[in-house]
Design a protein around this ligand. Sequence first.
Ligand SMILES: [Zn+2]
Length: 94
Amino acid sequence: MTPPKSLRCPGCGNPSSIISHGKRYAVYPFGILALLGLLLSSLHQASSPVDYECRACGRKFSARSALAKFCLAIIALLVLWIVLGLLRVLLVRE
Ligand SMILES: [Zn+2]
């Protein structure tokens, strides 16, 4: 996985010495996959940050791509929707 060209090391600002260590949550435990469902877990996996390391100063950091930020926003909306649905069930009793 090649780091995006716009990525810079937060330590030294060097854009050319970044190496990628891949997705942080590469392997998903089956239990969580079964609980959250395939859609939500794949969304979460797509939204997880990529770990990088700068070869110039050795600093390790992580960054999210635009797609990962988009997936994170979708998850936030889903969670909000679920919470609002639960609140409606709890608060509105007929
Ligand atoms: Zn650096």
